[in-house]
Design a protein around this ligand. Sequence first.
Ligand SMILES: C[S@@+](CC[C@H](N)C(=O)[O-])C[C@H]1O[C@@H](n2cnc3c(N)ncnc32)[C@H](O)[C@@H]1O
Length: 187
Amino acid sequence: MLHYWDAYWDLRVKECPCDVHFLEWLKTDGLRDGAIFHFGTGSHHVVGIETATNGSNNAVLGITASPKEYDDYVKLCIERPEVARTYKAFFGDIYQLDARLMPMFDVITAFHIGEFRSEKNDAYGGLTDLEVASLMVDHLRPGGRLITYSGSYAFDVAERDVGKLVTAGRLAFVEKFETLMVFRKLA
Ligand SMILES: C[S@@+](CC[C@H](N)C(=O)[O-])C[C@H]1O[C@@H](n2cnc3c(N)ncnc32)[C@H](O)[C@@H]1O
């Protein structure tokens, strides 16, 4: 059975500010017309909605492992087709990402890396956290940014695995922005 998330997440900025900080970072960074992969949409879908409505014309591909969050995405598309134009989300397990189906991105969020990986993912040959992080870097354009979230309860996993990619010369740390750690892909 798929290790899906039998829960959903409303926007709770005090508990988990990563999406709001990410939107603030995007504004500061000034990315326009870019392609963003977002790990963990929440049922609020704020990253997709905001990027579709703030004039940046950034396109977002989000992943959720929550059936309810995905249902909310379907409702959002039906009710707000102007948002659906640039915001696509799919249901699935991040540990089953298939490189053949991934385009290249300007920015990838890895906020929840390590939070949901267990032996349940091993049961069907799921990727490891390091393999997911590495695949994400493969799918960044030169100079693209990978962003982790220091408020995650599994931040030690992100530090460990993204740290390996830094040591391997594939990423360089750029800046801390609020709770986010921003890395740049090295050519
Ligand atoms: C705590 S919520 C945070 C949502 C949003 N990023 C926020 O900060 O408000 C965790 C998110 O990770 C997603 N998630 C959990 N397990 C996942 C998995 N195996 N693959 C992809 N997404 C997953 C959930 O669907 C949910 O959107």
